[in-house]
Design a protein around this ligand. Structure first.
Ligand code: TRP
Length: 460
């Protein structure tokens, strides 16, 4: 093999040793707070089955095609998102401005990491509190007070935020083979094991079918204008799309592996996980007569109450929050990787790069922490949003859809089709054409419509 052909089929960071490791790593990135925390609460807020239906349609029509596009860009580029884009624009001889996609994604992932660590820190705190029996026999007023107290305790939040960030950076610092792949190999089986144990537990609450009806009975009167917006936003967030993370992981993907098949498996696993998370949470919510449309507090307020008053609640409550921590950990690793990989390509040692990215993101996260207490006043708000809300909004609702559209347009219209076809290697013509239409037309238009509607372009 010549030196050149070696360079083409690997990255300086190494590769995932096997096909299943790539799939597990990408699935680990996808499954996170988005599936366990966000999916159930927004489903609860948007009426259950009707929302789930729209969500599934968005997964299929936009999620799968964009996931394929991102993985293919990463693997073709074989480098961090920024440098992968450099290579792709050269190869297709198009404007260097497209490298913006790489930067946008890298920055969005970095921003998300800053508050992701904070929320994962809450879950760490709740794991420890559950294990200590702090929620045993707790009252509704008690869990509300506990959550309120956490938000008013910057030092407690800072402690767990820091612990979580160290856990994340430790893995990233050890590199693709010794860090990322190893974490994935151990934690993914654990994640699914925990999920099934908890699902079994939900069966025993006696309200399982109520949860099933809530998730799968479609009530058309529940369709609202914002259903599509929220569903599509959730699809991007939960599948880790639009922000270069899938590109970063795709860069380490073995050359012979099928991109389409992998994307379908990753999306299916994430979707199944989200649905099971719902099936696990709603029966507990109903058995306790709680309000499904709680909002973000659903997980942190209602579940300790439920677990605290169910048999074996200390054990299962602890397992539940541990599940959240593990899922968030694998996602956080993927959020840090694009920036770290870029710095390593600039000549930095990986541990140094990981530490720098970690410290910067950690420091930014402190402002999110303070935005719940010290800096919650009106004078610290940005367009009425606290710092945390503003960063979440900027990354999830603005950078992410913009990234998504640019990715779809780049792969669909700008990249040379011969290169795209070579990388995808889809033999079935019908499938290829379906994907091509989805990535050229359906995905960009859907994202654009949702994005513009959000800013009131089509009237109130
Ligand atoms: N998908 C993750 C979740 O569901 C969150 C996330 C969004 C993410 N974008 C990402 C994770 C990019 C890794 C990389 O919680």
């Amino acid at each position: 093999m010549t030196r050149n052909s070696v360079a083409e089929h690997t990255s300086i960071h190494g590769l995932w040793a096997t096909r299943s490791i790539f799939i597990l790593a990408a699935t680990g990135s996808a499954i996170g707070l988005g599936s366990i925390w966000k999916f159930p609460y927004i489903t609860g807020m948007h009426g259950g089955g009707a929302f789930v239906l729209v969500y599934l349609a968005c997964v299929l029509l936009v999620g799968v095609p964009v996931m394929m596009a991102e993985i293919l860009m990463g693997r073709r580029g074989r480098a961090s998102p920024v440098n992968a884009m450099q290579k792709l624009v050269q190869e297709s001889a198009v404007s260097r401005r497209w490298v913006l996609i790489g930067w946008l994604g890298t920055v969005a992932a970095f921003l998300i990491l800053s508050f992701y660590a904070m929320i994962a820190g809450w879950a760490l705190d709740y794991t420890v509190l559950s294990a200590q029996g702090a929620f045993d026999g707790i009252s509704a007023a008690g869990t509300l007070a506990a959550f309120a107290e956490l938000k008013l305790s910057p030092y407690t939040m800072l402690l767990w935020h820091s612990v979580f960030m160290v856990m994340t950076i430790y893995v990233v610092a050890r590199g693709v083979q010794n860090g990322l792949a190893r974490a994935v190999r151990w934690l993914m089986p654990l994640l699914f094991l925990l999920l099934f144990v908890l699902l079994g537990y939900a069966f025993t609450t006696g309200h399982f079918m109520q949860g099933v009806h809530f998730l799968f009975d479609v009530d058309f009167s529940q369709f609202g204008r914002d259903t599509f917006l929220v569903a599509l936003g959730q699809v991007f967030f939960t599948l880790s799309l639009g922000m270069a993370s899938m590109m970063a992981y795709g860069a380490y993907m073995p050359q012979q592996q099928s991109i389409a098949q992998s994307a379908v498996i990753i999306v299916m696993l994430d979707t199944i996980f989200s649905l099971i998370a719902g099936l696990m949470i709603f029966p507990i919510v109903f058995s306790w007569g709680l309000e499904p449309a709680q909002g973000p507090g659903l997980m942190f307020v209602t579940l300790p109450l439920a677990f605290g008053n169910l048999p074996f609640g200390v054990l299962f409550g602890t397992l539940f929050f541990a599940l959240v921590v593990v899922a968030a950990w694998l996602s956080a690793i993927a959020l840090a990787e694009p920036f770290v990989a870029w710095a390593v390509e600039k000549g930095m040692r990986r541990p140094t790069a990981a530490a720098l990215v970690g410290v910067a993101s950690w420091a930014l996260g402190i402002f999110s922490i303070l935005s719940f207490n010290t800096l919650s006043g009106d004078e610290f708000r940005i367009y009425g949003k606290t710092f945390y809300e503003a960063i979440d909004f900027l990354s999830s609702n603005i950078l992410l859809p913009i990234g998504g559209i640019l990715i779809a347009v780049f792969v669909g219209w700008t990249m040379k089709e011969t290169k795209v076809m070579k990388e995808l290697a889809i033999k079935n013509q019908v499938l290829y054409i379906a994907w091509r239409i989805a990535i050229r037309v359906v995905a960009p238009l859907a994202i654009l419509a949702v994005f513009l509607d959000f800013f009131g372009v089509f009237g109130a």
